[in-house]
Design a protein around this ligand. Sequence first.
Ligand code: ATP
Ligand code: MG
Length: 364
Amino acid sequence: MTKEKILEALSNVQEPDLGKDLVTLNMIKDIEINGNDVSFTIVLTTPACPMKDMMGTASTNAIKLLVNKEANVKVNFTANTTTKRTDAKTILPKVKNIIAVVSGKGGVGKSTVAANLALALSQGGAKVGLMDADIYGPSVPIMFGVRGERPMMIDVGGEKPMIAPLERYGLKLISIGLLVDEKNAVVWRGPMASSAIKQFITDVFWDELDYLVIDMPPGTGDIHLTLMQTVPVTGAVIVTTPQDVALADAKKGIAMFGQAQLNVPIIGLVENMSYFTPAELPDNKYYIFGKDGGKRLADEYDLPFLGQIPLVQTIREGGDQGVPIMMSDDVITKKAFEGFAAHVVRSIAMRNANISGERIAETV
Ligand SMILES: Nc1ncnc2c1ncn2[C@@H]1O[C@H](COP(=O)(O)OP(=O)(O)OP(=O)(O)O)[C@@H](O)[C@H]1O
Ligand SMILES: [Mg+2]
């Protein structure tokens, strides 16, 4: 066995989403050979990569088949999350990917989806932050049980001290609700709200992050424009429920974020409250709000469909009690969020590699 032969064998293993082989993509490093033992490292495009095990097995098989059938192959993994930022990085300079969670309609579960997406990504091994930018109805303080906490000010060597995000469940998080008095904020309109949002974004210090998830306010108004023009968003995740009224509003969201002067790419669409499953009948699914409305909308607009999240009482309870469902042991519901998060990171990794989101291999 030689390094050259190992690389030659691995050049037959594809990264399923990116559609190129591991060697061409520069994903192989640290090849060590000792008799029949061979080890190397695959550098993933995201720590939360759902295709990791598949690539490991395919690599082992390729070496056994093409180089040495007696080989003891050890595959290690590391990740270097990709980014495609081209802005001047005056804002959030150390954040690689920024995901805005949006919807046209209120109450469809943006905050729930944003919080559990952030947790799923972090549990997959990524460095993740959650920013609650809902100036009129911040949810993160309640959802994470941090109401009334005051973030610390830190000196990071700039002109003035900055606000440090809180840490909870492995995430960095900040809510505009922790910084401004809600009773005041509800009466703010246009310029005042916009300047508060701008200050909120520029005054918080985010250290290195693979993903920053932004929980956006409902609707498609001035605040959204300000946010999208201030923050170099990688892409938007649109949340909808399956019923017609929500779908109609989701279309407004798609129209807004897709409009030329914003030009925020849409990562895809996730359907929340897709079906109800009672705790005592875990195999039953009741399509209370209609079936597959979100999926059809995604098809209609040619957007990646990122998943379906069931309507489950414990999701609501977890949100109210400050312990999001991703911190529970409800394996079935967690799986829905994990599958969704996996689609999000793949969609972003593909965009970062300049491949259209439509190609996502149907393996998750
Ligand atoms: N899949 C779900 N199953 C059960 N309850 C849910 C689910 N998704 C959201 N909820 C509950 O529905 C309510 C609204 O959800 P959430 O606050 O996440 O929506 P939102 O879109 O952020 O609302 P807003 O537009 O006000 O910001 C919350 O009580 C939440 O716990
Ligand atoms: Mg919300």
